[in-house]
Write a protein that binds this ligand. Structure first.
Ligand code: ATP
Ligand code: MG
Ligand code: MG
Length: 395
């Protein structure tokens, strides 16, 4: 497609820069790309990981991160099992049988409590694949099945215990081919209806500077230890839940003991901590978009350095404070997005990024705005007029 966003920024046509025109799941096009490239990487995990493994095995090109990592992450249930088995804290979860009966749901309720977050195991993004289940009333269950499985069926589900988090936190971790690892400071991510709306860097937590650096340190450690369990080079977005009472572990302990039996040998190494991993993205991630303006090296540059066997760049913030606001479509009209961009052009420290997607749709990420400033308070002031002009999905 000529309108494809990547083509709008590509180099002038030359044999090695020509884009194969095809779906990113198409085996034929993946092979065609592999034949032209030294290294192939991904910016979405829903690709054909088996074909990527094959082209690498055939010696056509290197693939980073490892195709096995991409394949594992594609299935959120397997991803969670993998992390839990390696002692990484995750929200308690369980598989949902293919045609769940009322008894199956009751078992899940007993194991995980209520409400449940029911999720599609595969092909999920921007919350499309999540359905909160508030009760086992027939209507609620039917609605969840309808939302996630649809009439076509065949979509495998699993359920997570509801995480009563106080904040969502994310850390971008980058590892190069030689194994050098760096992580960016933790950010606060604010989702509404399972879609990321706003990201604040650095993390805002109450309890003073000491608490902030303690949570930041623990978030970075947890994210790095999770990424250490995955093969391959590149950048990884690690999404986490910060549970109530960031200072003590007691509330999380209570939450976990409700759902996990500490004597159960299948959960021997779960580290009870105030942070739990939600999921990992094996690629540049929305929680790292601010790094373009706010950090010494952007997540995109560090990803390229990582997969091209180069030393990693500094991940330090180069501004005291930043926020990233997603521009999400509310309908087919681009007008509300343009209005928010116009407001941003009036704001000092604001940078507009539009992705060049041809069609605007409700719930589609069309771009983002980054705002930097000399303090959290200044950034809060600066984003206000943009947020006021921003399309609201609730409308
Ligand atoms: P992404 O666009 O990040 O890939 P996704 O579609 O894969 O999103 P998740 O990251 O699993 O979906 O969930 C999206 C959001 O839904 C989370 O950021 C969080 O706000 C909420 N959420 C997910 N799991 C839970 C849970 N167990 N308890 C409470 N809220 C949850
Ligand atoms: Mg996801
Ligand atoms: Mg997510």
């Amino acid at each position: 497609m000529d309108s494809t966003p990547a083509k709008q920024v590509s180099l002038p046509p030359a044999p090695h820069t020509q884009h194969p025109d095809g779906a990113f799941t198409s085996p034929q096009h993946i092979r065609e790309l592999a034949e032209k490239a030294d290294v192939v990487t991904v910016e979405i995990e829903h690709v054909d990981a088996d074909v990527l493994a094959q082209v690498q095995a055939d010696g056509l090109c290197a693939v980073q991160p490892a195709p096995g990592t991409i394949k594992l992450i594609q299935d959120k249930y397997l991803q969670k099992q993998h992390l839990q088995a390696r002692g990484i804290a995750v929200a308690p979860f369980a598989a949902v049988p293919e045609h769940p009966t009322h008894e199956d749901w009751q078992t899940l309720e007993r194991e995980l409590g209520m409400p449940l977050m029911v999720k599609s195991r595969t092909m999920a993004y921007d919350g499309k694949g999540n359905s909160p289940l508030k009760s086992l009333a027939a209507d609620d269950v039917e609605q969840t099945i309808k939302t996630l499985v649809g009439s076509a069926g065949g979509n495998k589900l699993y359920a997570e215990a509801w995480a009563p988090f106080v904040k969502e936190v994310a850390v971008m971790v980058v590892r190069n081919v030689a194994g050098q690892v760096r992580s960016y400071d933790a950010v606060e991510t604010i989702h509404k209806d399972s879609i990321l709306r706003v990201c604040f860097a650095p993390l805002r937590v109450s309890g003073g500077k000491g608490m902030k650096s303690e949570v930041n340190k623990r978030a970075k450690e947890l994210a790095e230890s999770a990424v250490a369990t995955l093969d391959g080079a590149g950048i990884f977005g690690v999404e986490m839940f910060l549970m109530p009472d960031g200072t003590s572990l007691s509330s999380l302990q209570a939450f976990l003991t409700r759902t996990l039996d500490p004597d159960d040998p299948s959960h021997p190494a779960v580290h009870v901590g105030a942070l739990m991993i939600n999921e990992i993205a094996p690629r540049p991630h929305n929680s790292g978009h601010h790094t373009i303006e706010a950090c010494e090296t952007s997540q995109f540059e560090n990803h390229l350095r990582a997969i091209l066997s180069l030393p990693l760049g500094s991940t330090a913030l180069r501004v005291p404070s930043a926020a990233m606001l997603n521009l999400i479509g509310t309908s087919e009209s681009m007008t509300p997005i343009e209005d928010a961009c116009r407001a941003a052009y009036e704001v000092p420290g604001a940078t507009v990024h539009l992705y060049g997607k041809k069609e605007c749709r409700r719930g589609r990420k069309m771009g983002h705005i980054t705002v930097t400033g000399s303090s959290d308070a200044q950034v809060r002031e600066r984003i206000r007029p943009i947020l006021d002009a921003m399309p609201d999905l609730a409308k």
